[in-house]
Design a protein around this ligand. Structure first.
Ligand SMILES: [Zn+2]
Length: 379
């Protein structure tokens, strides 16, 4: 099998583009999707092991671990037979997107889709608006929480200048916009480097030099900003903004855990003007299609230890051969029972966190039916 270390996984922007792009829900793309999710789930397991090994167990960490460990253990995809499209219909999710790449991918994809709907509506109402990519940076620092607080406060102050009567800024040119906070370590200094990626919708191009002055006035210590007109597809610009969600999965485990501690209670995206009020569904699964003929595919995450892990098909309901006698209600009931019957081994660190992780019975064994690609790969 292919040997691909984690750092060579696709960059975050590509992950989101693959997840949401044209034809991404086609049945032929399901194996890619399962691989993407399996890699994410595998990283979450590594994160869990790291967290479990830190200091004395406490109840907050036990809760974090319980959620993380149970996330993505199964996935139910609905395969629509007429359009040959596939939607994620069921999963157990932990919603700790900073330390869980699977939740991060799903959340990023859901947000991206909702914002794109709004943007298309806004642009159809005002075709003179153009999208600009804006980056706002803040001076590096060793204390992530302090730097983030400073950046967040500065962004809020900048937002007030958009329609403020006393102060204006280049942001006043934006009819709307959305932004996210992104975090990395400076390559040489090792200091945290929080920054903001934004898309602004403006009739008149924002001026980079003027924005730099605005930003210096607001932050007191930082003036580096970038403004670019958008040349590619609009969706690429929004992928750039939403990639913050999946970038945490690329941080070293210790940095990722530190970021979780500092940022978990904060909202890491925001919107202004005519992009405000976009409702992000709490559910991380896909919107379903209105098509009568479908089968559900239950995949279970398996990890044989070492380099073999992935999602394997456990059950297909109804099977294609039984399709003529389709009775979805019966099948759905059977399916729910199958999903609930989960029986997997406790993670290696579980004993430290007893009684939260009592050892469970051995798994009954997941059969690879061969009907679909079971994603087992080397890492
Ligand atoms: Zn999760």
């Amino acid at each position: 099998m292919e040997n691909r270390p984690e750092e060579e996984n696709p960059p975050p922007v590509d992950i989101l583009a693959d997840e949401t792009g044209e034809g991404s829900d086609h049945y032929a793309r399901l194996p890619d999707r399962l691989t993407r999710y399996a890699v994410a789930r595998h990283r979450a397991a590594a994160m869990a092991q790291y967290i479990a090994g830190l200091g004395e167990p406490d109840s907050d960490r036990a809760k974090v671990l319980r959620e993380l460990d149970s996330c993505g253990t199964y996935l139910v995809f609905r395969h629509y037979l007429e359009s040959d499209r596939v939607r994620l219909h069921g999963m157990r999710s932990c919603r700790q997107h900073i330390i869980c790449p699977l939740c991060a991918i799903r959340r990023g994809a859901r947000m991206l889709a909702r914002y794109m709907e709004r943007v298309e509506l806004v642009l159809s109402e005002n075709p003179n608006l153009k999208a600009y990519m804006v980056t706002l940076t803040i001076k590096n620092g060793v204390d992530l929480a302090e730097r983030f607080a400073h950046l967040q406060k500065s962004v809020q102050a900048l937002n007030k200048t958009r329609t403020g009567s006393r102060q204006s800024s280049e942001l006043s040119k934006a009819a709307g916009g959305m932004y996210s906070y992104e975090f990395k370590r400076g390559e040489n200094s090792g200091e945290w480097h929080p920054h903001v990626h934004a898309v602004w919708l403006c009739e008149e191009e924002p001026n980079q030099q003027a924005l730099s002055l605005d930003w210096k006035r607001i932050t007191g210590d930082s003036y580096i900003v970038e403004v670019h007109a958008l040349y590619g597809e609009l969706v690429d610009a929004f992928c750039e903004v939403f990639k913050y969600a999946v970038k945490f999965g690329g941080l070293p485990l210790a940095d990722n855990w530190e970021a979780f501690g500092s940022l978990r209670r904060h909202q890491l995206i925001g919107s202004i003007g005519n992009l405000r009020g976009v409702v992000i569904p709490a559910d991380l699964t896909d919107d379903l299609l209105d098509e009568p003929k479908w089968i559900d595919l239950l995949y279970r995450y398996i990890d044989h230890g070492g380099s073999e892990f992935g999602y394997a098909l456990e059950r297909e309901t109804p099977s294609v051969t039984k399709f003529d006698t389709l009775d979805h209600e019966t099948y759905s009931a059977e399916y729910d029972a199958a999903v609930r019957s989960e029986n997997r081994p406790a993670p290696p660190w579980a004993a430290r966190f007893a009684p939260d992780f009592l050892p469970t019975k051995q798994p009954k064994g997941i059969e690879d039916t061969g009907a679909h690609v079971a994603v087992l790969r080397d890492s």
